[in-house]
Design a protein around this ligand. Structure first.
Ligand code: ADP
Length: 258
């Protein structure tokens, strides 16, 4: 532990006594290091798409704008980088709002089936295009969680989106849910690339990716799972993961039962 030591003589104290104050600054140091790391990751993440915008614009200015065959490609690269910057900024703001508890959570009884249907709706085409079977396994009786509908949707759409993203053609993604004591457990199971054991505890950290190039290529920001974790915690829930490389991953989110 790191302790800071302060020795003071009491003012007006005739006797040369000493008061010692010991501060435990371990936590402060840890937070300061985290802040420094975060600022450095953010700068790095923003620099890459910004550099691409500059490079393609410069190429166009230097004459490529007359090149009818290729200018469309340069312009679409600029657009992609702008989209990427936008995604990063949106995700960072979202995370900051949840962490500072500014996100206004409206806690109600949210039927799980309805939210999952909405999440699957946006993923069906992507999954079908890659011949990934997206299946749901509802329990016999309708169940609800006690949470913020938008928050539950954020959690599940991120997990389902990742499951589809990190699963190869012909794989499957299964979404199942059921009661577990005072909670509802929702699992998203894929037959994808899996996550190495050493990376399992890091994937919920901001900007951590097992394979940076692959994540970027798929349009990932590296913030999705941090958003999932913080949203679940803000609703008194949790998210856990089990995975085997080459076999697949199962993410389980537990939220209070409605
Ligand atoms: P990203 O935007 O990169 O997908 P996330 O925070 O959502 O960021 O996930 C962090 C990392 O965890 C991913 O880059 C990937 O390496 C890994 N990951 C997340 N979900 C899965 C999954 N279902 N299968 C395999 N790897 C995954």
């Amino acid at each position: 532990r790191i302790l800071s030591l302060q020795a003071n003589r009491l003012p007006g104290d005739p006797c040369p006594g000493v008061v010692m104050v010991l501060h435990d600054v371990t936590e402060l140091r840890r937070l300061e290091n985290m802040r420094r790391e975060f600022v450095s990751s953010v700068s790095h993440e923003l620099k890459t798409p910004l550099a691409a915008v500059r490079a393609y614009t410069e190429t166009l200015q230097l004459g490529a704008v007359e090149d009818v065959e290729n200018r469309g490609y340069f312009l679409s690269q600029i657009m992609d980088s702008a989209d990427r910057l936008n995604d990063l900024i949106q995700d960072m703001l979202h995370l900051a709002r949840i962490e500072s508890r500014e996100e206004a959570f409206d806690i109600t009884e949210v039927p799980v089936a309805g939210v999952i249907e909405k999440c699957l709706h946006t993923q069906r085409d992507t999954a079908a295009a890659r011949q990934i079977a997206l299946r749901i396994h509802p329990p016999d009786e309708e169940i609800s969680v006690l949470g913020d509908e938008e928050g539950v949707r954020t959690i599940l759409s991120n997990l389902i989106d990742n499951a589809v993203k990190y699963t190869s053609e012909g794989g499957t993604v299964d979404v199942a849910w059921g009661e577990e004591g005072s909670h509802v457990a929702i699992t998203v199971k894929d037959t994808g690339i899996g996550i190495p054991q050493a990376a399992l505890e890091r994937i919920f950290e901001r900007f951590y990716r097992v394979d940076k190039a692959r994540s970027r290529e798929m349009g990932g920001t590296g913030l999705g799972l941090s958003i999932v974790k913080h949203t679940a915690q803000a609703m008194e829930g949790e998210v856990t993961v089990q995975s085997q490389v080459g076999e697949g991953s199962t993410f389980t989110v537990r939220l209070p039962r409605g």
